[in-house]
Design a protein around this ligand. Structure first.
Ligand code: FES
Length: 81
């Protein structure tokens, strides 16, 4: 059975498709977009992105669907960085 694919809109304006459970970094690279990294264990926040307005740390989470809507990605604008 095929998994449902959703469209994902990256900050560089490219749009690709994703399946739930895929790796954020792999999918970003395929879209020619680099997610910043730091600790890679979920502690530093360097990799944070906003997914439909909700902050996610891609180093510790795979892609999750949110209400089965397409995903809009933005870099988190963290005032502490
Ligand atoms: S790289 Fe540090 S929280 Fe993701």
């Amino acid at each position: 059975m095929n998994k449902k694919k959703l469209k994902i809109s990256w900050p560089n304006k490219l749009i690709t498709t994703v399946e739930e459970g895929e790796d954020w970094f792999v999918k970003a690279k395929m879209a020619d977009f680099e997610i910043p990294t730091g600790c890679l264990i979920g502690k530093c926040g360097a990799c944070e992105i906003d997914v439909n307005g909700e902050t996610v740390r891609p180093c510790i989470k795979s892609i999750e669907y949110r209400n089965n809507t397409n995903l809009n990605i933005e870099l988190t604008n963290d005032p502490f960085w």
